[in-house]
Every structure is written in structure tokens, then in C-alpha cells.
Design a protein around this ligand. Structure first.
Ligand code: TYD
Ligand code: MG
Length: 444
């Protein structure tokens, strides 16, 4: 469809506007709006559209290919679906090319790199052990050339590293412009779907944190995965943000090592600090992340405040929730926190958005204030209400299982979940509690 009127589009969020503006009113980014050039119009009549009677359409079972990387299969929804388009976004240097090359080895792959020379890719391939004869390499950036290559080679998987380097000469706009990225991706997706190949598009996130390419493409692809590395040390998290073939919120955990990305096998414990757990101010809880349970440690530091309004700071936990918990501790457990600064931190840089962690946060604050450590091997579960009661948590049985597998000896959890603990076969001591005061009395 040719547009005869100019329109302007925001590179960051993809909204379009009739007029140019310096700041995008939708996402608030500056200097991201540019002219959206109309794609070329069609000449001749439209081909006939397909039409189905819904009741006569057969059910299709989705075929999935298992790569040798279990974590990648998991975030894709249990394997990679042929003919699907997967977008992998992330900051430069996070490991997108490394991941793509490692996945390439499991297929007959056409690897397109507009960013690195074949020799550079060869060196990386040797490093990560992805030197299979089934990988074909090209540095083509012209989308027409790439679709031609794909048509003649018939690969099972096409990897584009990165979408920002592609170019279609018949489309107006510079390399990396909105119209180029959109149209190039659409043409590749169409070609891949036609051939039943998996298309993996790699997209950089710009350093300002806005997503130049990937955001524009989210609607066009089947699966959007973001590679995050806000983890301290060497951990990398691959997170599903959209998935037509699986659930979102699923995460894959990797470690970047000398020979590329290695799946984390001891997943449930990586966020537990092995050295500090017997120090005052620490308490362990369990969070639900997609289909798995992750144990993590909350660390608190409570110090006498020299401010009229004592400070509260949270890293990896919602600040408002922390303020609420300190208020409840003050009112219902008699802790004198109004003259203390409270800092909390979730170990490993993990972000917890789960109210089941409330009790661990409260206990870790009390532990730091009293300068008394929580005994080793104790796990906490429970949501705290404004009245100081401990409420049940979702998926409690599975969380208890995880504590059990990880060798925890004692659990403090809501009274209402005692049956769950029994059903989960937890062998250690289990204390069911009703209030926050009750919980602190049992521990200290
Ligand atoms: P890369 O995959 O090139 O990142 P991206 O494509 O997202 O920009 O890899 C980034 C970093 O990973 C790079 O700084 C080097 C490091 N690395 C390793 O530590 N081990 C390895 O085996 C490889 C291939 C890379
Ligand atoms: Mg790269």
C-alpha cells in the first residue's frame, strides 16, 4: 500500500505521527522520530487471498526441534518451531553472536553476518566448538541476495547477525532506518516461513537503553527473547517476552565461559551466596520464575540513621514493598525502625517481584537490627499483610520441594501451608506461623 502522505515514526517505540517532533510523546525518548518512507506500491492486480472454513480446518500439531541447549529449548517453549521467527535482543557484548553460533551447530544453517568477517567468526566457532560442516557463512547484507541464498541452500535455520546491518536497495532510507529494518525483516520472515526454516534475527539495543530495531519488530516475529546480563559475575539470562509457541516469563540461565555459553545446571542455587549465609541480615526464600523455582538470599543492613527521615533503599526488590514491610515490622512486631536506615539487596542482582519473599525480607531486616544471624538451612515463605498477618503464597508446594532438594532443614511458612509441606515430603522441621511477631519469636 503506497501512502501519498508523509508520516513520521519513532524508532524506539514504533508509534507514528503526522508531524515531526523532537521528543516522542508516547515513549518520551528524544531524537528518535524520523520520516517513514512509504514502501513501493504494487503494480498490477492483487493475487487471490486464501480463504478457509474454520470448522473444516484441521488441527496442526506444532513440530519442535530440540537443539542441544536445554535452556534455549526451554525459553522457546520446549524446542524450536520450524518456520518460526525468533528475535534475540540485547546490548552489545552480552553474547548474542556467541549464542547464535552455538545454536547454528545443531542445524543445517545459513549464518549471515554483516558485522564480522568470516575469519573472526571462524575463530569464535573454534572457541565455542561450533565447527560443524553444516554451517554456511555469508557476509551479504542485501536482503535479495540473502533470500536467494536461502532458496538455493534450503537451510533449516537462517541466522541474521544483525538485523541492523540489512539493506534492501529498492526501499528508501539508510541502513538501520525504520523502513529498512521493518521491510527487510518482513521479507526474510516471509522467505523463511515459505521454506519452513527457523529464522533467528539478532537485534542490538542501543546504549541509551532504547531498542532501535527489536521494538519495531516485536509484532512481526513469533518469539522475542532478550538477553540480559544485569547479573553480577558471569551469569546471563535469556528471557522470553513474547512467545506464540510457549509461555512468556520463562528464563534460560547461562554462564559465559572461555568456550562460550554454558548452561547453568545448578540453577536453583546460583543466587545463594555460599559464604555469607551465616552473617546477620540474611534470609533465604524461593521465587517462581517461569516454570522453575529459584532460591535466593535477601541481605539487609540496618543502621542508626542521622536523618530526620530515615532512608530505605532496595536493590532487586520493590522499594514501596520494602517501606510497607518496615512499617508493618514497626507497628506489629515492635521493631524500632523509625530511627534506622534500612538497605536491602537481593544476592546475585536478581530482581524479585514476588510477595512470597515478604517474610524473608522482614526476617532479614530484624536479623540485621538485632545483629543476630538466622540459623543456617532455614527457608522462609509468606506474604505479609498490612495487619501483620502472614498470608499463603502461590505454588507453595513447588517452592517447598525446591528447599527440600537443596538440603534445607527448617521452613517457616504460613500456617495455612502446613499441609502442603507435609504433602511435599519435607523431612525437616516446619513451623506454621500466623503473624510476623510469631515468626520473629520462633527465630530469635
Ligand atoms: P558476543 O557474542 O560477540 O556479543 P554480542 O554479539 O551480543 O555483541 O560476545 C561478547 C563477549 O563474550 C565478548 O566480550 C567476549 C566474550 N566471550 C567469552 O567470554 N567466551 C567466549 O567463548 C566467547 C565466544 C566470547
Ligand atoms: Mg555480535
Amino acid at each position: 500500500m503506497a501512502r501519498n502522505r508523509k508520516s513520521y515514526i519513532c524508532k524506539a517505540c514504533g508509534s507514528d505521527f503526522p508531524k515531526w517532533q523532537g521528543k516522542c510523546p508516547v515513549c518520551g525518548e528524544w531524537n528518535t522520530i524520523s520520516e517513514n518512507e512509504a514502501p513501493p506500491g504494487r503494480t498490477g492486480a492483487a493475487p487471490q487471498a486464501d480463504l478457509f472454513q474454520l470448522s473444516a480446518v484441521g488441527r496442526e500439531t506444532v513440530r519442535r526441534i530440540q537443539t542441544g541447549m536445554g535452556e534455549f529449548n526451554l525459553v522457546c517453549g520446549g524446542g524450536v518451531v520450524p518456520g518460526s521467527v525468533i528475535l534475540i535482543g540485547g546490548e552489545p557484548g552480552i553474547g548474542k553472536s556467541t549464542l547464535a553460533l552455538q545454536i547454528a551447530g545443531y542445524f543445517k544453517t545459513l549464518y549471515i553476518s554483516g558485522e564480522e568477517s568470516p575469519a573472526q567468526i571462524r575463530i569464535r566457532a573454534e572457541r565455542v566448538g561450533s565447527t560443524a560442516d553444516t554451517i554456511q557463512l555469508s557476509t551479504a547484507t542485501d536482503v535479495g541476495q540473502i533470500t536467494d541464498l536461502a532458496a538455493s541452500l534450503k537451510p533449516e535455520c537462517i541466522i541474521i547477525d544483525s538485523i541492523q546491518t540489512l539493506y534492501s536497495p529498492d526501499i528508501p532510507g539508510l541502513k538501520g532506518s525504520v523502513s529498512q529494518i521493518r521491510e527487510s525483516a518482513a521479507r526474510l520472515a516471509e522467505a523463511a516461513k515459505r521454506q519452513g526454516a527457523v529464522l533467528i534475527l539478532i537485534g542490538h539495543i542501543t546504549k541509551e537503553g532504547t531498542i532501535a530495531g527489536p521494538k519495531l519488530l516485536e509484532h512481526l516475529v513469533d518469539t522475542v527473547l532478550y538477553f540480559e546480563g544485569n547479573f553480577s559475575r558471569e551469569f546471563r539470562v535469556l528471557r522470553a517476552f513474547k512467545n506464540r509457541y510457549g509461555s512468556v516469563n520463562e528464563i534460560g540461565l547461562f554462564r559465559m565461559e572461555e568456550r562460550g555459553l554454558v548452561e547453568v545446571t545448578d540453577k536453583n542455587r546460583i543466587f545463594l551466596n555460599p559464604y555469607l549465609s551465616s552473617a546477620p541480615g540474611n534470609a533465604v526464600s524461593a521465587a517462581v520464575e517461569g516454570s522453575r523455582i529459584i532460591l535466593f538470599e535477601v541481605q539487609s543492613l540496618v543502621t542508626a540513621s542521622s536523618f530526620p527521615n530515615p532512608r530505605r533503599m532496595a536493590d532487586g526488590f520493590e522499594l514501596n514493598r520494602l517501606i510497607l514491610i518496615t512499617a508493618v515490622l514497626e507497628k506489629h512486631a515492635g521493631l524500632r525502625l523509625n530511627a534506622h536506615d534500612v538497605f536491602i539487596n537481593v544476592s546475585g542482582g536478581f530482581q524479585i517481584n514476588d510477595t512470597a519473599a515478604d517474610l524473608a525480607v522482614a526476617v532479614s531486616i530484624a536479623s540485621s537490627l538485632k545483629n543476630t544471624a538466622v540459623p543456617n538451612g532455614v527457608g522462609f515463605l509468606g506474604e505479609i499483610s498490612l495487619s501483620g498477618e502472614i498470608r499463603p503464597v502461590s505454588l507453595c508446594g513447588r517452592r517447598i520441594q525446591e528447599f527440600r532438594h537443596s538440603g534445607f532443614r527448617r521452613l517457616i511458612l504460613p500456617d495455612a501451608e502446613l499441609e502442603e509441606a507435609k504433602a511435599a515430603g519435607f523431612e525437616g522441621e516446619v513451623s506454621g506461623i500466623r503473624t510476623i511477631r510469631d515468626a520473629l519469636d520462633r527465630i530469635f
